[in-house]
Design a protein around this ligand. Structure first.
Ligand SMILES: [Ca+2]
Length: 457
């Protein structure tokens, strides 16, 4: 590669695989309608387990505050305690869903069906279908009481999902119809899952949706990454706690969906020292690209012990734009209990080439970026082909216009005819030489027959 091209290409590589850092999840700004009512969610993204009539009350009629065809989605069977049907919405990417909203079938005054209660199922890459459970442990959400009023239920905690199913529920046989909207925002944290030492039953991670064993929890998301910080009341369910002796460790490992450039990590912790709860004495963070080999040196955070104020607080540490997909955190307990309500990261998707080279992981950077590069190359290649094709077409059109002019021009290839003073030499786009020659009035404007009569030179 030419020396003068190296720097611009490196900058291009940086720009192609780096996005602005995203702050940790902020639920205060996460209540947008996700597109059932507006149509931003396409018909192809809305499906159902069954429909009473696909054309009139199929899944595409399940958009809230719209009167499309039959006026709502209606499943084929009557809903009972045993019969479960669902309306499924594919959000296209992992999304923070903070509320669900439902409405019955009004049908221009003819509808008399609605769902009094429903449950939610969700799916995201790497997980199967899970049933949503709120902070109180309940799976049933309140639905509607008539065919026209919409009812919105906040989801506490929010649901990280790329697909959602609304499942009408009824203990007694009931014909139900449903229109729906989902509310939330894009999930930019990029945390796939976290694993951790099993919390104490006194302060469990109630909403964790991964796998639990005797000692650890893994492959799930839960209270530590749901955007909700605890209050000073440590009896509230927002807190997750571990019982340790001073100096003992609590291990938590975060896995991101792709390579990230990490700017900061934050911990929301309790300092209720009169109850044996203190800030950790040390947090050590190790980084890995593959989840197997971690950095030997750690980024550390050692907060000052506070024996005066018992307020819970946010502790933050700079990660110096460390490039990693896995972050292993070792927290050293300072007293009998360690209570955490949230761990967040400010990070950017992917990583700049320079940061990746600095971290010795440019190979992983290339792997993480190859899909975007293939797409970019396809777009650039298609654009070049289109430009070349347009140029060829224009040249041919110009030549044909010349040939059509009387008394006439003809196109002759190579040196067959020798130089003619009034003629014009040209080179084709594929490099072949040709000549446009002015024909005598006697010659055929098609060129070849007349030209063969001319003597070269
Ligand atoms: Ca939380």
């Amino acid at each position: 590669m030419c020396r003068q091209h190296r720097v611009p290409v490196a900058l291009l590589l940086c720009a192609a695989c780096w996005t602005a850092p995203a702050a940790a999840l902020n639920l205060g700004q996460c209540d947008q309608s996700l597109g059932m009512e507006s149509g931003e969610i396409a018909d192809s993204q809305i499906t159902a387990s069954s429909s009473h009539n696909e054309n009139s009350v199929g899944p595409h009629s399940g958009r809230i505050r719209t009167e499309h065809r039959g006026g709502a989605w209606c499943p084929l069977p009557v809903i009972t305690a045993e019969v479960r049907e669902y309306l499924q919405v594919d959000l296209g990417r992992v999304t923070v869903v903070t509320a669900a909203e439902t409405q019955g079938r009004f049908g221009n005054g003819r509808g008399v069906e609605w769902a009094e209660r429903y449950s939610l199922q969700y799916w995201r890459p790497g997980t199967g279908w899970r049933t949503y459970r709120n902070a109180s442990g309940h799976t049933l959400l309140d639905g509607n009481v008539n065919s026209y009023l919409a009812h919105k239920t906040p989801l506490d905690p929010p649901m990280m999902a790329s697909k959602v199913r609304l499942v009408p529920r009824s203990e007694h046989p009931r014909t139900v119809c449903l229109r729906a909207e989902l509310h939330g925002c894009p999930y930019t944290d990029g945390i796939d899952s976290y694993s951790m030492d099993l919390p104490d039953p006194k302060w469990p991670d109630l909403t964790y949706d991964g796998v639990r064993s005797a000692e650890i929890m893994e492959k799930g998301l839960g209270q530590l990454a749901d955007g909700r910080a605890g209050t000073n009341d440590i009896t509230r369910p927002e807190w997750v706690g571990w019982q340790r002796r001073p100096g003992q460790l609590v291990n938590i490992t975060f896995r991101f969906s792709s390579l990230r450039e990490l700017e900061t990590a934050s911990f929301h912790v309790s300092n209720r020292f009169t109850a044996g709860v203190k800030l950790f004495s040390l947090a050590a963070l190790f980084f890995s690209l593959d989840g197997q080999q971690y950095t030997e040196s750690a980024v550390t955070l050692a907060p000052e012990p506070d024996r005066i104020f018992e307020d819970s607080r946010l502790l933050e540490v700079s990660l110096h734009r460390q490039v990693a997909r896995f972050v292993r955190i070792q927290l050293t307990a300072a007293d009998s209990w360690l209570l955490i309500s949230e761990i967040g990261f400010s990070s950017a998707v992917g990583a700049s080439l320079l940061a990746a080279v600095g971290a010795g992981c440019w190979q992983q950077w290339v792997l993480a970026c190859w899909q975007r590069w293939v797409l970019a190359l396809v777009v650039v290649g298609a654009s070049l082909l289109a430009a070349v094709g347009a140029g060829l077409l224009a040249a041919e059109l110009r030549l044909n216009m010349q040939l059509a002019a009387g008394p006439g021009y003809a196109r002759a290839h190579g040196d067959t005819y020798g130089p003619l003073p009034a003629d014009e030499d040209k080179v084709g786009l594929c490099g072949e030489p040709y000549r446009v020659v002015r024909l005598n009035a006697d010659y055929d404007t098609a060129g070849q027959r007349g030209l063969r009569g001319r003597t070269p030179g």
